[in-house]
Design a protein around this ligand. Sequence first.
Ligand code: GRF
Length: 210
Amino acid sequence: MPSVPVPLAVLVSGEGSNLQALMDQSDRTYTIAVVISDRSGIGALSRARNAGIPTEVLGWADFVSRDDFTTAVCDTAQAHGATGLVLAGFMRILSPSAMSRFPDAIINVHPALLPSFPGADAVEQALERGVAYTGVTVHFVDEQVDHGPIIAQRPVRVNSDDDAETLHSRIQEVEHDLFPEVVAAFARGDIHVESGRVRWKVPLHTGSVR
Ligand code: GRF
């Protein structure tokens, strides 16, 4: 357990159910220093404000380039004292400069078992391909989209009568368990990257298949 909770910036673009899980399940290893959004009027911002967490909106359209947007995100996170970025349903791609400013300290949650089904339509892709299992991946972010050292994964069974909504909702239940657990482990210093792969000091239990 770190003597002081690790301050993190959580980046959001939507409803914020993962942000809520991170707020609810914080075991005091980390604290959410700021919530940064690329758009206004979203559920995630209301959730943060209700919890008294500082929020910042950096409108994607207000920046001339991805690099400028990334610089603003990193500057804002650091101005609030954050030492890591947690992407919780954040729908923008950051430039490589973010990885230089937060080395091995940017974590993303993705609703599929990477490297299968990267991209914004991961749940739909899983249904289209007819896979029996999809799941959740939590990974460090690198220069490529939905790529980078995998920290933890959990499978979710695809039912024959699933549509994107029912499947995504079961995936999100798993996200809400796994993501805060991984972020807490990161904050405790239990995870490090060695030769492009994640090493755990204490392995996570694997969880059951939903
Ligand atoms: C999550 O399923 C996440 O995996 C995906 O977008 C969704 C965000 O949901 N990238 P929320 O905003 O956390 O409710």
